[in-house]
Design a protein around this ligand. Structure first.
Ligand SMILES: [Zn+2]
Length: 269
């Protein structure tokens, strides 16, 4: 079914040709849950120094520390201001990372999204679902474009920088619906715009193949991404992992019958 879509002509604006877009799905319930999400970092550029990254323990040498510090400026691709369009693509051949989350109703007033600690998780023990509540972080290429997501006329090599996407379950499902039949999430450029209510982003299909691929910049992109191949920075962007004990305290005000053991402490990771 390629009657309405020729990826090399209709969908590529490197030659200044308008692109097609797909309306994103916006499930109401999922959106409502996003409202309560900011308790865990989801939509901020990661320049804040007060955030605890769970890869902070991984820094064991001065040299390593500098190395990680140099990488830690990796910004989130999603715009924070209304009416700002960002065009991006996922970096192929690099792993994405995921964490399962739970939404703890009533905790901290509005409820709180936490990363599932795995072993001894009180929410999993209750039969709480989390497979549909995962968070995903992946490397992305952010392009310099006009606010319509298009390149200046005559552009043959787009300006780009390395970035990442931090996806809520809703954002991930919206993104997954963008590629058409013969495509996947790595074979298209996306365009995202902050919703007018500032909760979540609208994400659209912009073009295929991604502009960086069409412009022959794959080697350049691979070089930019290489320092992040170990996943440490991406994983840290998924948020702090709470322990099963910490979660019980949040839920019940105490860890109840749980005695901390070395296993408990280790299951945090
Ligand atoms: Zn769990």
């Amino acid at each position: 079914m390629t009657t309405s879509r020729n990826p090399f002509i209709e969908d590529d604006d490197l030659a200044g040709i308008p692109t097609t877009t797909t309306a994103p799905a916006t499930p109401k319930a999922a959106e409502a849950k996003q409202v309560a999400k900011p308790a865990i970092k989801t939509n901020r550029i990661m320049s804040a120094t007060t955030e605890e990254d769970d890869d902070s323990d991984a820094v064991d040498l001065v040299a390593d520390h500098d190395h990680l510090k140099a990488k830690a400026v990796l910004p989130c691709v999603f715009p924070k201001e209304s009416n700002k369009t960002v065009r991006y693509a996922l970096v192929k051949d690099f792993k994405a990372y995921q964490r399962y989350t739970h939404f703890l109703e009533g905790v901290n007033g509005k409820g709180l999204t936490v990363i599932c600690p795995g072993k001894d998780c009180p929410e999993c023990a209750k039969g709480g679902y989390h497979s549909s509540r995962r968070k995903i972080a992946a490397l992305a290429i952010k392009y310099e474009t006009g606010n319509d997501g298009k390149f200046a006329q005559g552009t043959t090599k787009p300006s780009l920088s390395l970035s990442f996407v931090n996806l809520s379950p809703t954002a991930y499902s919206v993104m997954s619906e963008c590629p058409s039949e013969s495509e996947d999430v790595y074979s298209i450029d996306f365009k995202c715009i902050l919703k007018s209510n500032k909760i979540g982003w609208d994400i659209f299909r912009m073009s295929s193949p991604p502009a960086y691929v069409k412009a022959g910049m794959e080697a350049e992109v691979a070089e930019l991404a290489a320092p992040y191949a170990d996943g440490k920075v991406l994983k840290s962007r998924l948020g702090k992992v709470v322990s099963a004990i910490e979660m019980k305290v949040m839920l019940y005000g105490s860890a109840a019958d749980t005695t901390p053991t070395l296993d408990d402490l280790e299951s945090v990771l």
